[in-house]
Design a protein around this ligand. Sequence first.
Ligand code: NAD
Length: 442
Amino acid sequence: MTNSNVQKAEGKLGVLVVGLGAVSTTFMTGVLMVRKGLAKPIGSMTQYDKIRVGRGADKKYLHYNEIVSMPSLNDIVFGAWDVYPANAYESALNCEVLKEKDIEPVKDELVKIVPMKAAFDKNYAKRLDGNNVKDCKDRWDMVEQIREDIRKFKAETGVSRIVVLWAASTEIYVPVDEKIHYHLADLEAAMKADDREHVAPSMCYAYAALKEGAPFIMGAPNTTVDIPAMWELAEQTKLPIAGKDFKTGQTLVKSGFSPILGTRCLGLSGWFSTNILGNRDGLVLDEPANFHTKEVSKLSTLETILKPDVQPDLYGHGNAEDTQYYHKVRINYYPPRNDNKEGWDNIDIFGWMGYPMQIKINFLCRDSILAAPLCLDLVLLSDLAHRAGRYGTQRFLSFFLKAPMHDYTQGEEAVNHLYQQYTMLKNAIREMGGYEADEEID
Ligand SMILES: NC(=O)c1ccc[n+]([C@@H]2O[C@H](COP(=O)([O-])OP(=O)(O)OC[C@H]3O[C@@H](n4cnc5c(N)ncnc54)[C@H](O)[C@@H]3O)[C@@H](O)[C@H]2O)c1
């Protein structure tokens, strides 16, 4: 760590989570259980991964916290907002992701995580009807109330830094509108004019977080920080932002598997992905306007990995316009499975002389079990980026995200290819640790 240009992780790290549902309570319970030595943080890059630094005789493989200063899990203090008043213990039991034996040992700590009143607008998630909701005059007042919550949390807990993570329900699709979302002044004017159509509650959380000095991470596919006005605010406040949508199950598989086809120059005529899911996330996504937000995010993955314009013979056929393979994604709400999502992928490929073949992938996953380590990594790495003086969109965090943010106004493309994303992640850690970035195969 000798040449690292990162400020040391001193004091406590406040982690304020928007939404106290399946993902966030699984994340929190896991961290608290690990702290007691009663569980292992499987799937977390910051806790397990090792990165090679140096070359030749100087080559070593180090954990992230041996390369850059990172907080220990003991330094984390949790807080949350939710539409429902249940504390983290009650919510963890209700969500039925974890067994009681994995919740009870940390009950005392979970009970104390009582959600603050949510900044909520039912039009953005019609299937939710909780009453732990702020009474807001307008969107600007919503921002002011969230800012006050953050300041109060900081004063009461004595944390030295805060990261805000959105792990709340997916909002309805908010298309980017140049008149409102391109300039910070216009966004602020819309908040003051109470423009509820263009200013989602999630934008109020993000705006408040950045104004209060906290990096903001969007774990759902919501537009929120993926607009130039928020990039401007992140530049102005010198804070990192990241998003969107945790890359957990099907899209993780897709972004890791599709490079096999691309690397071997095999053709693709169609990729059909479907899921059954029965938790509250599935319930919200059963509403077409909410599903559309998710659909846009899930569809974006393949197009930047298997490009029809670069390889028209391989990826240029299949849909009505005959310009690209068919790519469909569906999510079906099916209560009996609760959080245990089942995903099916049918992949129609073709080989030598165009002969067709099929690949089937059936992933019986656990949504929140896959998402929890991403929450931990995104929080710790956003805090790291802040201490390293990085701000704006953190592209090195694309590895964890389904629809990684990128500057679409400049024609920049998202990087979705899992192994390219991993190189970006490793190089950012190397650079922050004062080592040379490189792409040498490990
Ligand atoms: N688990 C995964 O694999 C995965 C992957 C990608 C994205 N996500 C996203 O993560 C989010 C959380 O998923 P989950 O399974 O925990 O859902 P969940 O329904 O169990 O929890 C979400 C919670 O957010 C609360 N909420 C909604 N709007 C709010 C607001 N404005 N302010 C405060 N609280 C609010 C809800 O009341 C609910 O308790 C969803 O948006 C989901 O799409 C999950």
